[in-house]
Design a protein around this ligand. Sequence first.
Ligand SMILES: N[C@@H](CCC(=O)N[C@@H](CS)C(=O)NCC(=O)O)C(=O)O
Length: 223
Amino acid sequence: MGEVRLIATPQSFPCARIEWVLKMKGVEYEYIKENLLNKSDLLLQSNPVHKKVPVLLHNGLPIAESLVILEYIDETWKQNPLLPQDPYDRAHARFWARFIDEKCVVGVWRAGVAQGGGKGKAIESALESLAVLEKQIEGKKYFGGEEIGYLDIVAGWIPHWLNVVEQVGEMELLTAERFPHLHQWSLNLPQTSPFNDCLPPRDSVVDYYNIAFNRVRSVSANK
Ligand SMILES: N[C@@H](CCC(=O)N[C@@H](CS)C(=O)NCC(=O)O)C(=O)O
């Protein structure tokens, strides 16, 4: 199916999503490691709008945005389908993928970065979004049911990255008491393939978020 290259950064979970799915599908790819502090011409030319990783290059053609890339991979390599086959179920999966990115990721990030007076409110808002997600996993082993599916990949940052954001952001969000189902899922998922052989060292993710949070905080302090 041609040449597959992935422009990515090991500590980035949108990039990890792509690696997980390429591995699930058994697609061979070349990993092109990007330095986000000094972006390459290849990244800037391949994703001129957002200038972000991940970017998938398939036979030289760039595809950006992790959720878009996941669907492209699923449509191009049909083995081990990721999204449900039924149109209604697919629409439902897309709805929840957007909820995860637009509400959970953004809410957790904002809570982590926040300091001082606004932190309590930001944490509350992140907890509200996680509570909604908790309802989606209740009674199921994975978001995909008995098998890992699209939403497990999209939410796959929670087991490894959320805990780092909690540490760097000095807060506690995902506890077994608050969210027993999501908590159990987040213990199960990293035991499974491809997650268990494709996670960046935790310390490197801590460093990455320390740098990222400090940058955002200093930009907002200088406004
Ligand atoms: N919505 C995008 C988010 C991608 C994203 O935020 N990438 C970060 C790394 S995790 C990045 O490239 N940041 C560089 C920058 O903002 O300059 C996706 O899902 O692919």
